[in-house]
Design a protein around this ligand. Structure first.
Ligand code: ADP
Ligand code: MG
Length: 503
């Protein structure tokens, strides 16, 4: 059972600080909704397309064009909310956020400020030491993404690519329940895992389909508990928001340097000012981007082109009924059904494709043995070849075949590795390969006895040594295995060597 933590982590003195400080972190994660078409147009969302080839008139903000909501994007947002055990709002509405975006020709972003589609939810974040933190989700709203300005293609000009303009995003806002850099990374990892299981976001951080704004503040020990009791933000320090982080490593580094910066200011008698900052991974520092703007700076108002969005409870129930098994449930089931350790179950369920692969191998077989082969042999080998599980050259049926041959003692562990290598490189049916290439384990005791006797006869001095020190019997086992090309059953060899040496 996990030990749920609601209080501050044990106070760690931050290097260079005079007093003890704690970190308080809240994340706003932008996740691109997996959908073939954009939020308000039929244009394609395919990544890597020719610049400006996926742009409908409404994306380009041509006069007189009207947005039409994409029902599938709504379904995806609802599915995400349900996956985060969140309140689904049957009535939500779109607002215009006015702002000069060079790559969003409308001159405003359509978002949901006042009535988001999803309300309060939660994410269970395991911290790797048997403890976990329940991070509360405040809301999820849908909004349009902007395009991309390109400044490095020409010395005198900037270019704009509107392919991403109008693509549907979900902004997932957490409560400030995250208490350190590792927790922040663990939260994003868990959120990404859930979205990938749900199929609502591909979680590809490199392509920008998931990025996070990280809010950081510092406070003295005891203050966070007061905030939790009252939900009154005045107990917490002033936060700064670090924009657009798209790597787990940078998220952690940025939180660390930002916390140190704030501590240095406060300890020198200064004050932290609320602002938006950027992290520079090369210099290892955060820099001011702009002072924090307030909602009224954006002159938000309900978008007159779009009716309030009303959905039916029955539709939500249908989506709910079709949710896939989510990571926590799958992990618990793997531990229970396949007798896996917590660690193995975490590794195997980290990714929905790996979990599916493993389950196909383990079904009707020894779960632990199957886990060893998937984690140690297959994952290791795939990594070396830069493959991932979805294009594994060894299918679950083939790996299952190898596991069967081990379980029935038809082949030894050592031969199994050779067999795996053959199947990985050349394909084929494992049982047939074993048959054709004479890889079957020798369990015939007569043959093993003969090999043992031969080696004993040829090595009288080794025999003496082994009789004096039984640990050295392993040398004989090794010799027999070598002589039989690894095909002898090691258990049988062990027993016969011991018997013949009189140990
Ligand atoms: P805004 O609308 O100005 O972006 P929000 O109140 O929506 O502000 O908060 C944005 C994010 O900042 C949320 O993830 C929230 O948890 C986080 N946050 C709020 N206060 C703090 C604080 N004192 N320290 C750290 N994070 C905070
Ligand atoms: Mg915000």
């Amino acid at each position: 059972m996990l030990d749920l933590m609601y209080d501050s982590p044990k106070v760690k003195t931050i290097a260079g600080a005079k007093a003890d400080w704690e970190l308080v972190i809240g994340l706003e994660v932008h996740a691109q909704i997996s959908s073939n078409a954009k939020l308000f147009s039929g244009a394609s969302t395919r990544f890597g397309a020719e610049p400006n080839s996926n742009v409908a008139f409404v994306d380009a903000a041509m006069p007189g064009m009207l947005p039409v909501i994409n029902e599938y994007c709504i379904e995806q947002a609802v599915r995400t909310g349900l996956g985060l055990k969140a309140q689904i709002n049957l009535v939500s509405a779109f607002d215009r956020k006015n702002y000069f975006y060079p790559d969003l020709p409308q001159g405003y972003q359509i978002s949901q400020l006042y009535q988001p589609i999803v309300g309060e939810g939660e994410v269970l974040v395991e911290l790797g030491d048997g403890t976990a933190r329940l991070v509360r989700i405040e809301r999820i709203h849908m909004e349009q993404d902007a395009g991309k300005s390109i400044h490095d293609m020409d010395p005198n000009m900037s270019f704009v690519d509107l392919n991403r303009t109008g693509v549907a995003l979900m902004e997932i806002v957490s409560r400030p329940d995250i208490r350190g850099p590792e927790e922040a990374a663990a939260f994003v990892t868990k959120l990404r895992q859930i979205l990938r299981y749900l199929g609502t976001c591909d979680g590809n951080m490199q392509n920008g389909s998931m990025r996070a704004d990280v809010n950081v503040s510092i406070c003295q020990p005891g203050q966070y508990e007061k905030y939790m009791e009252s939900q009154d933000f005045s107990h917490l320090g002033t936060r700064c928001e670090i924009k657009n982080m798209n790597s787990m490593r940078f998220i952690q580094q940025a939180i660390d340097v930002e916390a140190r910066r704030q501590i240095a200011i406060v300890e020198a008698g200064g004050e932290v000012h609320q602002e938006t900052r950027l992290y520079d991974p090369v210099k290892g520092e955060t820099r001011s981007m702009r002072s924090k703007e307030e909602a009224h700076d954006y002159r938000y108002f309900p978008d007159p082109d779009l009716l309030p969005l009303e959905i039916e409870q029955g539709w939500v129930d249908d989506i709910s009924a079709s949710l896939p098994e989510l990571p926590d449930a799958k992990k618990a089931r793997f531990i229970n059904d396949f007798k896996l350790t917590d660690y193995d179950a975490s590794v195997l369920t980290a990714d929905v494709d790996s979990a599916g692969y493993y389950e196909a191998v383990a079904q009707g077989r020894d779960g632990k043995l199957a886990a060893n082969w998937v984690i140690n042999e297959l994952f290791g080998r795939l990594k070396k070849e830069d493959h991932d599980i979805t294009n594994s050259p060894v299918s679950p049926a083939q790996l299952g075949g190898i596991v069967d041959l081990i379980s029935s003692e038809a082949i030894s562990g050592k031969i199994a590795k050779e067999l795996f290598e053959i199947v990985f490189n050349e394909g084929g049916d494992p049982a047939e390969i074993v048959e054709k290439r004479g890889m079957k384990q020798v369990t015939d005791t007569g043959a093993i006895e003969a090999a043992v006797d031969q080696i004993i006869a040829a090595n009288p001095s080794q025999v003496e040594k082994a009789r004096a020190n039984p640990k050295l019997a392993g040398w004989f086992v090794g010799q027999v295995m070598k002589a039989t090309g690894g095909k002898a059953n090691p258990k049988a060899v062990n027993a016969i060597v011991k018997a013949r040496l009189g140990l």
